[in-house]
Write a protein that binds this ligand. Structure first.
Ligand SMILES: CC(C)(COP(=O)(O)OP(=O)(O)OC[C@H]1O[C@@H](n2cnc3c(N)ncnc32)[C@H](O)[C@@H]1OP(=O)(O)O)[C@@H](O)C(=O)NCCC(=O)NCCS
Length: 176
């Protein structure tokens, strides 16, 4: 696919009507151990619609990203959280939080490595910058660590703990 073709996509806010396409990407891009349910993904959209975006290619949803807002106080409690104390990430959302937690990024297999993930992450980084939010955090599996470090300048941190199943590490990017 050439560069001009690559650019032919639209990034827009997700809508409830996108849920079927979003869940299809969840099913095809993620292995069962790290897949989230329709209820949890729907909850993320309801809690923080401004942080949930889709990318359309030729009129079809090809990728999506969801996020939550954490308060700096919540982040402090996550420094010492034990696995047994974990709660659903969606419970950590605070509408007035200033830490953007990129909760999940999925690109359908046929659209991977064409810049879709990059467009969605850059969209969220732009929102964080515009709002003056000082920190963006995410979890990544070892196979994707290089992606977040090399493409976007995230750094691995052991400063706080977030749990998502699988073998994820926490990454952060300071925005100021
Ligand atoms: C990992 C994922 C989100 C990346 O998104 P993407 O749209 O495929 O990747 P992009 O097109 O934005 O980025 C492509 C570039 O990043 C690199 N890249 C992509 N995935 C990578 C990875 N896992 N590790 C290292 N580099 C990677 C490519 O080499 C490419 O580099 P180039 O532009 O210099 O050629 C996507 O492939 C995906 O959904 N995978 C399956 C589910 C998953 O793992 N989700 C993330 C959970 S943390």
């Amino acid at each position: 696919m050439g560069k001009e073709e690559k650019a032919r996509f639209t990034v827009r806010l997700a809508r409830p009507g996108d849920m079927a396409a979003i869940m299809e990407i969840e099913r095809t891009a993620f292995r069962p151990a790290v897949r989230a349910s329709n209820e949890r993904i729907g909850l993320r959209l309801a809690l923080f619609p401004r942080g949930f975006w889709v990318l359309e290619q030729e009129g079809q949803v090809a990728a999506w990203v969801s996020s939550l807002l954490l308060s700096e106080e919540t982040l402090r409690t996550l420094r010492t959280l034990e696995e047994s104390e974990q709660t659903l990430d969606e419970n950590l959302h605070r509408p007035d939080g200033r830490v953007l937690y990129i909760r999940s990024l999925g690109v359908r297999p046929a659209s991977q490595r064409q810049g879709c993930g990059q467009a969605l992450i850059n969209c969220l980084l732009g929102i964080a910058r515009k709002n003056g939010w000082p920190l963006v955090v995410l979890l990544a599996e070892p196979k994707n660590e290089k992606y977040y470090v090399e493409k976007f300048g995230f750094e691995r941190t052991s400063g706080y703990r977030l749990f998502q199943g699988g073998n994820h590490a926490v990454f952060e990017k300071r925005m100021v």
